[in-house]
Every structure is written in structure tokens, then in C-alpha cells.
Write a protein that binds this ligand. Structure first.
Ligand SMILES: C=Cc1ccc(O)cc1
Length: 178
């Protein structure tokens, strides 16, 4: 993708893969102006994936976007995308229980909201683990808004490479092997 991002509309519908400087690899999709989907390929909670997470998404100045949300786990996230420079800055605020029991969150969260809510009541919230990192964007795709094919299956090891190699989506940004 070679476009220059100028407006909020340029950002909405964009699909990203990026690697944080701590080595954690994430895939994230701006599904529409209040919704995000993501998959986690590397790091403390690799294997976790989420669709239809409500988020606040704004453009700060042309081409720079801020996204923030709070999750059923109690994890809070703030991302600042600078796609024209191929980078972002993310801060994740993990409750203590996610640091202590990351495996509970490694699932398709949408089917286990009750498990997340029970864990956040049962285990400790504090002290939180704050992870502020820059990331380099390794893939950008124009998926269009509300595309349910973008984040539609569990992460597996070659998935980011398959996407980057153009083997995962067809010309209409639909999954090839569904
Ligand atoms: C905890 C979710 C999350 C999603 C994307 C990202 O870049 C950081 C955190």
C-alpha cells in the first residue's frame, strides 16, 4: 500500500501488522470509526484474538491517529499511529492478573467474555504492568470498513508472512482459503 494518509477516512478500514521494539508482533484492523479487531502473533499473550472491540478513534493532525479502549480483561490500550512514517507508539496497561495468568486471555475472547470477567474479579488488578513501546509497521492493507474476513480465524505461526506475501487475501480483500 503506497497511499499517503491525510484524513480519518484514509485510516478507517486499514489493516496493519507491526512489531514492537520489544519483539511483540500484533495485527490490528480499524474496522470502523468505533470498532477494532486484532490478533496477537508474538509476546506475552500471543495467540489471543478479538473482534468488535469498541474503541475511541480520532485523527490528531492530518495522518496521525489515536486509538484507545478498555477491555473486558481490564487491560487498557492507547495507540498512536503514524502510518506515513511506518510506525506507531503503543502503551498497554495490563492488570496484574493478566501478567500472572496470561494463558487465561489466550483465546478468541468474544466466546469467553464470562471467563475474562470472572478472572478480573478473582485475581489482582494492581500493580499494573505498563508496556510503552514504539513499533514498526511491516504490512498495511486497504481492507475497507466492516470487512469480517480480515480477522476471522485464530492466529497461526505463518499467518503474518502469508499476508505479507499476498497469499491470504484475494483482490477484493476476502480470505482465499475459507
Ligand atoms: C491488548 C490489545 C492490543 C492490541 C493492539 C496493540 O497494538 C496493543 C495491544
Amino acid at each position: 500500500m503506497t497511499k499517503t494518509f491525510k484524513t480519518l477516512d484514509d485510516f478507517l478500514g486499514t489493516h496493519f501488522i507491526y512489531t514492537y521494539d520489544n519483539g511483540w508482533e500484533y495485527e490490528w484492523y480499524a474496522k470502523n470509526d468505533h470498532t477494532v479487531d486484532y490478533r496477537i502473533h508474538g509476546g506475552m499473550v500471543a495467540g489471543r484474538w478479538v473482534t468488535d472491540q469498541e474503541a475511541n478513534i480520532v485523527m490528531l493532525v492530518p495522518g496521525i491517529y489515536k486509538v484507545a479502549w478498555t477491555e473486558p480483561t481490564g487491560t487498557d490500550v492507547a495507540l498512536d499511529f503514524v502510518p506515513n512514517e511506518g510506525k506507531l507508539n503503543g502503551t498497554i496497561f495490563f492488570p496484574k492478573w493478566v501478567q500472572d495468568h496470561p494463558e487465561i486471555t489466550v483465546t478468541y475472547q468474544n466466546e469467553h467474555i464470562d471467563v475474562m470477567e470472572a478472572a478480573r474479579e478473582k485475581y489482582a488488578t494492581y500493580p499494573k504492568l505498563v508496556v510503552p513501546e514504539f513499533a514498526k509497521i511491516t504490512y498495511m492493507g486497504d481492507a475497507g470498513q466492516n470487512n469480517e474476513d480480515v480477522i476471522s480465524e485464530a492466529p497461526y505461526p505463518s499467518l503474518p508472512d502469508d499476508i505479507r506475501a499476498g497469499k491470504y487475501f484475494d483482490a477484493n480483500y476476502k480470505r482465499i482459503n475459507k
